[in-house]
Design a protein around this ligand. Structure first.
Ligand code: ADP
Ligand code: MG
Length: 311
């Protein structure tokens, strides 16, 4: 558990972060979202002490981050930033193994961890471990950057706009991969973004910052359904509210008996995916299957009715 306790950073007259408190449960993703200059990066960098707080404290599993030397602390906290920050003259394997090596892991243990992470990120270890960053696509570099940040099984992974440089299509893939890998490894992640869409898609909890203050901290559904301030409401955007809600509800929830034409949707796809599938192919319903076994169908009418409940 990460406890952020009234943490504050001032630069002269500027209160970059103004008495922010929040608790992050182990094994969850918290997304910190806000416009440019709202204090997101400063908040993140105070957690691994790249910035020293003016006042306040962060505790990781009960221990104050002030009780360890910053460079030791940073070995326990992964940090992934926009772009990827890979060492260009080191292979993928050496990049991923950098922190484990600092921690004195054996060569065999490091090699096994490198291959495990590459496989998790859908990159064939034999093909990729000896390449250099310049020999990878942007999406692959980004995945190696995240793999490196996760390599030593850190207590916490901090990510600052990690997908900012990716084009929208691979960005969605990167978000899905991160979610899948986080669930698999049980990692605790704090991720910064200016994109509310990304916050809602990725976060177990969403923390909205405005002018250095934490103005709302809740589940994506809470933030969408009851924005705490006008600013949050603006960020959520009334127009897309029903769509955003649909993106949070699994298709399985509205499955009814019956059949429908066309390619089946997986039961863990969202109602938003089901809506897209209907609209894209002009169908009034889509079949839904779980692990390849047909479950029934979701109809456009049912999706409309569900979206309308919250609109
Ligand atoms: P965000 O990541 O949300 O865009 P930042 O945390 O980078 O916001 O910045 C928050 C505020 O603190 C801004 O007003 C920024 O100009 C100011 N700030 C950040 N770092 C410094 C610094 N080293 N010196 C002076 N002001 C800073
Ligand atoms: Mg920033």
């Amino acid at each position: 558990m990460i406890e952020i306790d009234r943490i504050t950073k001032t630069y002269g007259d500027i209160r970059a972060v103004d008495s922010v408190s929040m608790t992050v449960e182990t094994g969850t993703i918290t997304v910190i979202v806000g416009t440019s200059g709202s204090g997101k990066t400063t908040l993140l960098r105070m957690i691994n002490r790249l910035e020293e707080p003016t006042s306040g404290e962060v505790r990781i599993n009960g221990d104050s981050t002030l009780s360890v030397k910053p460079h030791i602390l940073r070995r326990r906290i992964g940090y992934a930033i926009q772009g990827h920050g890979l060492f260009p003259h080191h292979t993928v394997g050496r990049n991923i193994g950098a922190v484990p090596q600092l921690l004195g892991w054996t060569r065999d243990k490091i090699a096994a961890r490198v291959d495990e992470l590459l496989a998790l990120f859908s990159m064939d270890p034999a093909q990729f471990r000896d390449r250099y960053p310049a020999e990878l696509s942007g999406g692959q570099q980004q995945r190696v950057g995240v793999a490196r940040a996760l390599a030593s099984r850190p207590d916490l992974l901090l990510m600052d706009e990690p997908f900012g440089a990716l084009d929208p299509i691979i960005r969605t893939r990167a978000q899905e991969d991160l979610r899948r890998i986080q669930q698999r490894l049980g990692s605790t992640i704090m991720l910064v973004t200016h994109d509310m869409e990304e916050a809602i898609r990725l976060g177990d909890r969403v923390a909205v910052m405005d002018g250095g203050k934490l103005v709302q901290h809740g589940t994506p559904a809470e933030v969408i359904a009851a924005p705490a301030t006008d600013f949050v409401a603006d960020m959520v955007g009334d127009v897309e509210r029903p769509l955003r809600l649909l993106s949070l509800i699994p298709a399985a929830e509205l499955v009814e008996e019956g059949s429908a034409e066309g390619e089946a949707l997986s039961s863990d796809a969202s109602l938003r995916d089901a809506l897209s599938a209907c609209l894209w192919t002009g169908r009034a319903a889509v079949p839904v299957s779980k692990d390849g076994v047909p479950m029934g169908r979701v109809t456009l009418d049912a999706i409309r009715a569900r979206a309308g409940q919250h609109a």
